[in-house]
Design a protein around this ligand. Sequence first.
Ligand code: GLY
Length: 339
Amino acid sequence: MSNRRDFIKKTALGTIGVSTVFSCKEITENKQDKAEGVIGSTPTKPLVISTWNHGLPANEETWKRLKQGRSTLDAIEAGMKIPEADPKVRSVGYGGFPDREGKVTLDACIMDHKSNCGSVSFLQGIKHPISIAKRVLQNTPHVMLSGKGALQFALSEGFVEENLLTDEAEKDWKKWLEASKYSPVINIENHDTISMLVLDKNGDISGGCTTSGAAWKMHGRVGDSPIIGAGLFLDNEVGAAAATGLGEAVIRTAGSAMVVELMRQGKSPFEACKEIVERIYNKHKDHKDMEYLQVGFIALNKNGEYAGYSLRSGFNYAVVDETQGNRMEDAQFKMKWDN
Ligand code: GLY
């Protein structure tokens, strides 16, 4: 956890604004806006973007599969399985922070350019929820399976049940139980969903999300990540968007669907992400969730323009294309976060 904190400190952008909201400084004269259009301004395809540092190895795997000519859904699944299997990634799959009962419960979804969707929520004991979401899309008449039903379906598809609670996650959970205070640490305990958006060589768009959700959530809680329109949305005529951050805030505002609708109305990915983050801020500034609220979006459009924007600093995303390879980019943000 400390590595993540160090990383955030190292990558935090300079403070520009003045007014203090909790421990954040609002950027009143946002110099970042002057760079608007710079990030993602060289449209290219194929293009893959994924949230956070763990997006980098995920992108690499997805890119490899795309280059091998595999289907985009196969490529997304292969990429997302990397952080799902990595016990050091504490917010996705195996090794993820459990809920307050010590159970690791997983949410995931996947969507293709024809608007076919598959999703699982509150799934336990299966290491790769993204694979089950893909099977829901391909092998069922439904969009979403949840809890025991999702597990039953996974087992019927040949997946095996395993313990996803690592010793380290169990230790962290027992430590959390001492105070049992639900106030997830910004950018660390409830914000590391991996969301991935792909524009393939034909100009078709697909995406996926996978997460173990907010650390220390109530048993049964489902976040935005498996909900089409909240954690992920795309319209192949327009573009795609995906979220990271406090799922409750993203669900309340249908975040990703709204970003895509703004792009349909002519906004750039940057403008669309920024407007929805502003909307979420305005709706939550007097809300109890504001104390630990972080939300971020990534978006791309049909032309291969892309961007990321978050409420609080510290959010970054991985981008891979033909010209510049696989790299991290810092998202622009509304408020500086002094963790
Ligand atoms: N965005 C992940 C969650 O809230 O579960």
